[in-house]
Design a binder for this molecule. Structure first.
Ligand code: GUN
Ligand code: ZN
Length: 430
């Protein structure tokens, strides 16, 4: 048992539905026993319950739940910063050529380690990771995540048309290779497997059928893919699947929309699709940095709320602008400020979208996403760097909402001092 003493923020419910969903403790304590949260609250209260436990005094800094990134691409670390394209041009010019380089197992290993190091250094303790098209690269990612101690759900990316030949496989090979990776890695420690057709544009019907079979054969798998990101992509999908009434109906035909399905983007969504996503209990990964960088559009956040579609944040490395989940939350806020039908996000909602909402989207909310008793002790410890703007602002504000808003606005990776998963150290600033 140990007590960590610091200022603490977490969301105990959904702040879109309740005004009391954020818990904040300016002088707080997180009690941890065997990697699980034993208690979280005001220091004096928690101390009373554990008068003899050792205390780690981290006052002067802030504890948040580990971030949950619901959408980012492992083979795209080195395409970050490729500005000036829209989706389909960006894939052809920058991204698919880089993804093809992961056929080289040694290069894939380097990229896997680089990717996982960045996740931990940005405080992301749980993520749903879009994988590579190559099984060896996937094994490298799972091994890197396992040695780092991160909770990672990922899977082999599947495609059999419209990319480039090196990235295509037959539905038969896709099925066999996915099955083998599932056998090796699904449910091993903190790892999980997601069946991952790249998007409808790059898959034939037999490939989507292979995805359906994989999901039916092994309960507990996730599914992740892209949907309704870019206007031209949506038009192409309509041309390739003339029988489909809309984009979602392509995935529905193969029973790919369920409670453990996470669809990235959904910017160009119809009301009917939103209603059906809510009915399936599926989730949407909202990636505001990517939506702006690739000019995809402004996420219809209000319509997702009104239709009660579950959504959470994703950085979409490398279509996005980096690994920072606080930056992503700020970008969600900024994009809504200029939306036609805006929802002005408050700090509790931003924190929620970066933590608990992600855990809910991944059906991991009994395990992580907040500091509820019994959950895994996954946390980020932040301290403003000496002389930083954040340090100055925090001297002037006391109201918890304003403190959290300042952290989300100004804290980058340089403010992250320590990150733990289940109480285990996964990152420490030097
Ligand atoms: N749609 C298909 N592939 C991709 C990708 O790599 N990134 C994004 N943002 N959208 C996609
Ligand atoms: Zn993506």
């Amino acid at each position: 048992m140990i007590l960590i003493r610091a200022a603490i923020f977490h969301t105990t419910g959904n702040p879109f539905h309740s005004s009391s969903a954020m818990a904040s403790f300016p002088d707080g304590a997180l009690a941890i026993a065997e990697g699980r949260v034993a208690a979280c609250g005001d220091y004096a209260d928690v101390r009373r319950g554990y008068p003899d436990a050792p205390v780690r005094d981290l006052r002067g800094g802030y504890l948040l739940p580990g971030f949950v990134d619901t959408h980012l691409h492992f083979p795209q670390v080195r395409v970050l910063g490729g500005l000036g394209y829209s989706l389909l041009e960006w894939l052809d010019a920058l991204t698919l050529p880089e993804e093809a380089r992961l056929a080289d197992a040694a290069y894939a290993c380097t990229i896997a380690k680089e990717f996982v190091r960045n996740l931990a250094a940005h405080g992301t303790t749980t993520s749903l990771v879009f994988g590579s098209h190559f099984p060896n690269a996937m094994a490298a990612l799972f091994h890197a995540a396992e040695s780092a101690g991160l909770r990672v759900i990922s899977g082999l990316v599947l495609a059999d048309r419209n990319l480039r030949p090196e990235l295509h496989q037959t539905p038969g090979a896709a099925y066999e290779e996915s099955q083998e990776l599932i056998r090796r890695f699904h449910g091993r420690g903190r790892l999980g497997y997601a069946v991952t057709p790249r998007f409808a544009l790059s898959t034939t019907e037999p490939m989507l059928e292979a995805c359906q079979t994989l999901l039916q054969q092994q309960p507990g798998l996730h599914l992740t893919t892209h949907i309704n990101e870019n206007v031209r992509e949506v038009e192409e999908v309509a041309r390739l699947f003339p029988w489909a009434g809309d984009y979602l109906s392509v995935y529905e035909r193969f029973e790919l929309a369920g409670r453990r399905s996470v669809f990235a983007h959904n910017v160009q969504s119809t009301n009917s699709e939103l209603q059906r996503l809510a009915g399936h209990g599926s989730s949407v990964a909202h990636c505001p940095c990517s939506n702006a960088a690739l000019g995809s559009g402004i996420f219809p956040l209000r319509r997702h709320l009104e239709a009660r579609v579950r959504f959470a944040l994703g950085t979409d490395v490398g279509g996005g602008t980096g690994f920072g989940m606080m930056k992503e939350a700020l970008q969600a806020y900024l994009m809504q400020r200029v939306a036609h039908d805006p929802v002005t996000l408050n700090p509790a909602q931003m924190l929620y979208l970066a933590t608990r909402a992600g855990a809910e989207a991944l059906a991991l909310d009994s395990e992580t996403g907040d500091f509820g008793a019994g959950k895994s002790a996954d946390y980020v410890y932040l301290q403003p760097p000496s002389g930083s703007a954040l340090e100055g602002v925090l001297k002037n504000v006391e109201d918890p909402e304003r403190v959290l808003a300042a952290i989300i606005t100004l804290a980058g990776a340089e403010s992250i001092r320590e990150v733990r998963v289940e109480g285990d150290l996964v990152y420490e600033a030097s």
